[in-house]
Write a protein that binds this ligand. Structure first.
Ligand code: NAD
Length: 434
């Protein structure tokens, strides 16, 4: 592969994938985008944490060889493009990457660089673990009950960007076509003359690969349950189909490794609730994974009142967006929630801060670097470098438990000590040894 703007480091090797398994050399080249706004200072703190954790875990036997790639404002200033082809090609070639937050260009030709990256690389699973760290301020009584991993479908749903703006020529054409071919459906539109349209594609392949990834993850990581979150009571052939396809994958591909709510309901219909409860209890005791489903609105209520009952979540794109932020708020806000965008077949994965560029903090060295740091922690685990990942968790747990916090948390933590971005990274490194 030849690149126009990128320099490939000579002292590292490529990560590859063979038979669905990542092959990670001891000195892998990993592309990174530092990000806009507060991104560069967050990246400086985060990359020091990654290097320190790897050094502490493996001595000089392993190290990441970082390779800068570009997107967002920095790319726009340097190369007059918000997302160079080089960057997409580098993520494809080197498989893994990590990025800070990017400014969404206004009138840049696409809605969001993040959405464009996910689409170009077909990163269909947006994986968002949400857990509480002792010491983090929270608006709920029991933030420790939140320990979930959201698998949000990343390539379909209302995010497809298929919309027809009211008053546009495309809207008129679409409306006429719709009216002529589907008069009964057209008649359901309350204000047909002033309507804007949006299309919500949800496919069998798209839903099944996402649910497959979620169940796989849950089994590998010994989680208790997978909940399919949908709004199928209203959107029967999109969200409702997501639910049905999800159960199909569970049954057909994971067979006796799972116990589903449909199994439960079948026993209940035939033999009553008590027997159904017994059968479920035995199935779970024997190590089967529970696969259940929940309507989206009820789920938002449950995440506050009964968070302990939920573990891995699989859900279409828009629900996943709402749910991720609502859960992040319970455990200390967006500054600490990490994310990974993954295609489990190609192996390509881009880990990223889930917050934006925090422009008001830019250049002040005060933003919380935890989201990027925990995204790196996910990346290390995905690479199989679990020892280094565990040190990062230990370091962050120690830092938060000591009530040493960054600017946005400081007013909310009684007796807390304020650290800047650099000091927060240093504190994590120090706590790795405690
Ligand atoms: P934002 O996430 O940047 O800020 C929302 C609030 O959260 C602000 O009060 C901010 O100060 C705070 N915040 C965010 N990250 C923080 C951190 N690490 N530490 C402490 N506080 C933090 O969202 P916004 O203001 O709506 O968007 C700013 C820019 O970022 C826009 O251009 C937007 O399009 C972009 N954006 C990018 C991503 C991404 O790259 N993943 C996500 C969301 C928004």
């Amino acid at each position: 592969m030849t690149y126009t703007h990128l320099v490939i480091p000579q002292n590292g090797q490529r990560i590859t994938i063979q038979n669905g398994k990542l092959q990670v050399p001891d000195h892998p080249i990993i592309p990174f985008i530092e990000g806009d706004g507060s991104g560069p200072e967050i990246w400086r703190a985060a990359s020091r944490v990654f290097d320190a954790a790897i050094q502490k875990a493996y001595g000089s036997a392993r190290a990441i060889v970082w390779m800068e790639v570009y997107a967002g404002e920095k790319s726009h200033n340097l190369f007059d493009t918000w997302l160079p082809d080089d960057t997409i090609a580098a993520f494809r070639e080197f498989l893994l990457g990590i990025k800070g937050p990017l400014t969404t260009p206004v009138g840049g030709g696409f809605r969001s660089i993040n959405v464009a990256l996910r689409k170009e690389l077909d990163l269909y699973a947006c994986v968002r673990p949400v857990r509480w760290f002792q010491g983090a301020p929270s608006p709920v009584k029991h933030p420790e009950y939140v320990n979930m991993v959201i698998f949000r479908e990343n390539t379909e749903d209302l995010y497809s960007g298929i919309e027809f703006e009211q008053g546009s020529e495309a809207n008129t054409r679409f409306r006429e076509l719709f009216k002529a071919n589907f008069p009964a459906e057209f008649a359901k539109i309350r204000f047909p003359d002033t309507v804007s349209f949006g299309i919500k594609p949800i496919s069998e392949e798209g839903s099944k690969r996402l649910v497959r990834a979620a169940i796989h993850y849950a089994l590998e990581n010994h989680r208790q349950s997978v909940t399919l979150v949908h709004k199928g009571n209203i959107m029967k052939y999109t969200e409702g189909a997501f639910r049905l396809w999800g159960y199909e994958v569970a049954k057909q591909e994971f067979g006796d490794r799972v116990f589903t709510l449909l199994d439960y309901n079948a026993v209940k219909a035939e033999k009553g609730e008590e027997i159904a409860n017994q059968v479920q209890e035995e199935a779970l005791k024997s190590g089967r994974l529970l696969v259940k489903d929940m309507i989206m609105d009820a789920m938002l209520e449950r995440t506050i009142t009964r968070a302990r009952e939920y573990d891995v979540i699989a859900t279409p794109n828009l629900n996943g967006d709402y749910l991720s932020d609502a859960l992040a708020a319970q455990v200390g806000g967006l500054g600490i929630a990490p994310g990974g965008n993954i295609n489990y077949e190609s192996g390509v994965a881009v880990f990223e801060a889930t917050h934006g560029t925090a422009p008001r903090s830019a250049g002040k060295n005060r933003a919380n670097p935890s989201s990027v740091i925990l995204s790196g922690e996910m990346m290390l685990r995905y690479m199989g470098w679990a020892e280094a990942a565990t040190l990062i968790i230990k370091g962050l747990e120690g830092t938060m438990a000591a009530k040493t916090v960054t600017n946005e948390m400081f007013p909310l933590v009684d007796g807390g000590t304020l650290l800047n971005t650099t000091q927060f990274g240093d504190a994590i490194i120090q706590h790795m040894d405690n």
